[in-house]
Design a protein around this ligand. Structure first.
Ligand code: MGD
Ligand code: MGD
Ligand code: MO
Length: 757
């Protein structure tokens, strides 16, 4: 492979270490001050504390006194900042001028502190009373011809309680238009796994990481996005577990890691992570996995009965013969060309896999955000099924979730395609008939807004305009709306891309105390491994003008649905235990939720697949075959993936550095192999314009971003990387995964040229 050591990230130092601890604490200090840091951080991820608003990686049973990571601290410091913006700020800043500021600047202004309204025709937000704000949304929604003209987006930070009330309100209103960030995230995992094993979630828990003897980390950058996962990987390595990383970028934390809390890291102790690093081409995973399985079958032929798990295959699976035939037909040259990995290396991966007894496969956005995202996920599952790596200790699939409660929101019914059983249960509990027709997902929402079919956009958290594909198109679409409204903690791009009328409803964050009529409340979340637990903030709210997300949803529901609603909104909000009683009666697995969530550590949701009871139509786990995707790039095109830096949480940019990849002070960067740069007459640091290419329904389409800078990096020839959300204008809204409709954020054909001015 193209493995020129001069292109390795400049520092060969491990990821993590004292530097990570120091950066984290400095950020806490700068953001919150010393006292607030001292009051907040020790409660982060503790039994009676609050759940980290960062990623969805679970907390270990035995928690240390300080259970958080550098990037968790950044997320907390960001929320718990002492900066505030209110009426004065918005009187000074018209929306059109705010729109000229960077995303980084917008969020840095501080916490929103009171409800705001932009009247039709105005260019400024002005204060508005809560009841009046709700009345405005209600009047607009009531004036619609159909509730399907409104959409209700959710970002994955929302608690179970808020999410449950939100979908309840939306369904009583009469629509399933509940797009969420999951549509852009692990939808391909949910779709792929549901088909194959009858459940759209992973089947392993943290305890399994202590048992595995091989862990695959595919299309995931845990050093940045799930730093606490590295603790598990490091522990696993120290007891002899092997790790295979599959990634086009030689991410530093996948190579070597030093634990920030390990005193010996001061003396330079660090742990090599990947035993084998498969530097796959972007979008080359289907080919690689096919090669991997082909070699596995070859090993089985050499040692019959010793490699595949025949008992498992016979008892629990279907479709093996079709898979074997398809693998036999797939030629090696195509596998090597598409994956960019030599057969000998793939053989090595197969040998490591065949020698292991308990294997976990972890993956994230590197697999899901492609046109063939579902195929990627299903090929990983195929690989696991061949050796019965599911439903036994230390083995199974582990899609590592993004937002801290994105998995819980889905469990609570935030989904545009709800299952009939869920709707039946809602109907039994609340006595109204929920709509049965499917609603709009994220892509369909953008298309609906653009076509004028969707008139109201309501966002419970998130940053829809910046997180979605096709920025220019999406912004135009949002501006066509009659009303846009957002529940948020901080100002972001979406709040400046307004419909005719706009509302900004400021809410409490995770770190803050939530007191309702019945006294102090806590909420619950579900982590990436199906563990449901409580979260309770302790800080004084950023402003007395804030409301909790459940209270905002209830206020809105009362205003919109009026007296005819079957739901006692006020009663539910006074004491969140009452919301949980309803959840317990509606959502499977939540029986006695109030009692069980008060137990130390919470409770784990049941899953049939974990004990090899596959809830598929046949009761068996199914192999699924897919052709190797054809990319049809022209010789001058590169395949672009968009990734996160070490200093952002999705669209929230904390800073302009990406320490582990050697980038300082700039986010308009294009990572490129030095030979690909040279072939285009470009040098390190050259200013370039980037054009994407897409075969649209009406013919070829191009999109452009300008003024990027070349950064030569260790990645395969023909591939490129840039940061999300800066590169989102390049992603066509109509380019998404087959089956899951997840935007193909990680396979965008581009060409580049020296910047025009
Ligand atoms: N600090 C921090 N934590 C976060 C987030 C954050 O922004 N900041 N975001 C949260 C969210 S919502 C999510 S979904 C997760 C995201 O977590 P990740 O999925 O780790 O995030 P990405 O940066 O999108 O990067 C994915 C990785 O996939 C690789 N990749 C890209 N294309 C391919 C491919 O074709 N094949 C393979 N094998 N690999 C590929 C990239 O090189 C990169 O290392 O993190 C969550 N946690
Ligand atoms: N090009 C490209 N695009 C991508 C991706 C990619 O890899 N590449 N990844 C996709 C993925 S995986 C995801 S999950 C989406 C993320 O899409 P979103 O979830 O929509 O975006 P976020 O940036 O996570 O949302 C940040 C905003 O949430 C608000 N917020 C923070 N905390 C709270 C809270 O407690 N309550 C409320 N109400 N609001 C809060 C703040 O105002 C902040 O501005 O982006 C997707 N977009
Ligand atoms: Mo995500």
């Amino acid at each position: 492979m193209d493995d020129d050591p001069s292109e390795r990230p400049p520092a060969s130092a491990p990821a993590g270490g004292l530097e990570a601890a120091a950066v984290g604490l400095a950020r806490a200090w700068r953001g919150m001050g010393l006292l607030r840091s001292a009051r907040t951080l020790p409660r982060l991820n503790q039994e009676r504390g609050f759940d980290c608003p960062g990623c969805a990686w679970p907390e270990p049973e035995e928690r240390s006194a300080l259970e958080f990571c550098e990037n968790g601290i950044k997320a907390v410091a960001h929320e718990a900042t002492r900066e505030r913006i209110g009426a004065d700020f918005f009187a000074q800043w018209p929306i059109s001028r705010l729109a000229g500021q960077s995303d980084h600047w917008l969020e840095a202004q501080g916490r929103l502190s009171e409800p705001l309204w932009k009247p039709p025709g105005a260019d400024r937000y002005q204060p508005i009373a809560w009841d009046e704000a709700f009345a405005r949304v209600a009047a607009t929604i009531r004036a619609l011809e159909s509730p399907d003209q409104a959409v209700f987006y959710t970002s994955g930070r929302t608690s179970n309680e808020a999410a449950f009330l939100y979908q309840l309100f939306v369904r009583e209103l009469g629509t399933n238009n509940l797009p969420d960030c999951s549509n852009m995230c692990h939808e391909s995992s949910g779709t792929g796994l549901s088909e194959q094993i009858g459940v759209g979630k992973g089947t392993v828990g943290l305890a399994d990481f202590a048992l595995a003897d091989l862990i695959l980390v595919i299309g995931q950058n845990p050093g940045t996005n799930h730093p606490r996962m590295l603790t598990e990987l490091e522990r696993a390595k120290r007891r002899g577990c092997r790790i295979i990383a599959v990634n086009p970028l030689r991410e530093r934390a996948l190579v070597r890691f030093a634990h920030p809390k390990d005193p010996l890291s001061l003396l330079g102790r660090s742990t090599p992570i990947a035993d084998l690093f498969l530097q796959v081409r972007v979008a080359g995973d289907v080919a690689l996995l096919k090669g991997w399985m082909k070699e596995l079958l070859a090993l089985e032929a050499e040692r019959p009965g010793k490699v595949l798990d025949w008992d498992f295959l016979r008892e629990h699976t279907e479709g093996f013969d079709a898979l074997r035939d398809e693998l036999e037909r797939t030629p090696w040259p195509e596998i090597e060309r598409s994956s960019g990995i030599a057969r000998a290396e793939i053989r090595r991966a197969a040998e490591l896999y065949a020698a292991a007894e308990r294997v976990i496969a972890c993956w994230a956005m590197g697999l899901t955000q492609h046109r063939h995202g579902v195929a990627n996920v299903q090929e990983v599952m195929n690989l696991l099924l061949l050796r019965g790596m599911i439903g036994k200790p230390g083995a199974g699939p582990c899609p590592v979730r993004g937002h801290s409660n994105v998995q819980g929101d889905r469990t609570m019914g935030i989904w545009e395609r709800p299952l009939p059983g869920f709707l039946d249960a809602l109907q039994r509990e609340f006595g109204f008939a929920p709509p049965r027709r499917h609603g709009l997902d994220t892509v369909a929402t953008i298309e609906g807004l653009a076509a004028g079919r969707v008139r109201v956009f309501f966002g419970l958290g998130g940053n829809f305009a910046a997180a979605t594909p096709d920025t220019a198109f999406t912004e135009r679409a949002l501006r066509r709306a009659r009303l846009t409204a957002h529940v948020a903690t901080k100002l972001n791009r979406s709040h400046l891309v307004c419909g005719e009328e706009a509302l900004l409803l400021p809410c409490l964050g995770r770190t803050e105390r939530d007191v309702q009529a019945g006294g102090p409340q806590f909420v619950t979340v579900e982590d990436s491994m199906s563990l449901v637990h409580r979260s309770e903030g302790s800080l004084e709210p950023a402003s007395p003008g804030l409301r909790s997300e459940p209270a905002i949803v209830a206020g809105l529901a009362r205003a919109v649905l009026g007296a005819k609603s079957r739901v006692p909104w006020e009663e539910l909000i006074a004491d969140y235990d009452r919301i949980r009683e309803r959840i317990a009666r509606v959502v499977p697995g939540f029986r006695e939720m109030n009692r069980r969530v008060r137990r130390p550590g919470g409770f784990v949701l049941p899953s049939g697949a974990r004990s090899r009871h596959f809830e598929t139509p046949s009761g068996r786990a199914g192999f699924r075959t897919h052709p190797i995707p054809r990319l049809d790039l022209t010789p001058d095109q590169l395949l672009l993936m968009t990734v996160r830096s070490h200093d952002q949480f999705n669209t929230t940019v904390y800073g302009l550095d990406d320490r582990y990849r050697g980038v300082r002070g700039d986010r308009r960067v294009l990572f490129l192999h030095s030979a690909d740069a040279a072939a285009r007459g470009l040098e390190e640091g050259a200013r370039i314009d980037v054009k994407s290419h897409f075969a649209g329904a009406q013919g070829p389409e191009t999109r452009e971003v300008r003024g990027f800078r070349v950064h030569c990096f260790d990645l395969p020839r023909g591939c490129a990387a840039a940061y999300f959300p800066e590169a989102n204008p390049l992603v066509p809204v109509a380019s998404f995964a087959e089956g899951s409709r997840t935007p193909s954020y990680k396979s965008i054909p581009i060409t580049i040229a020296r910047a025009r001015e």
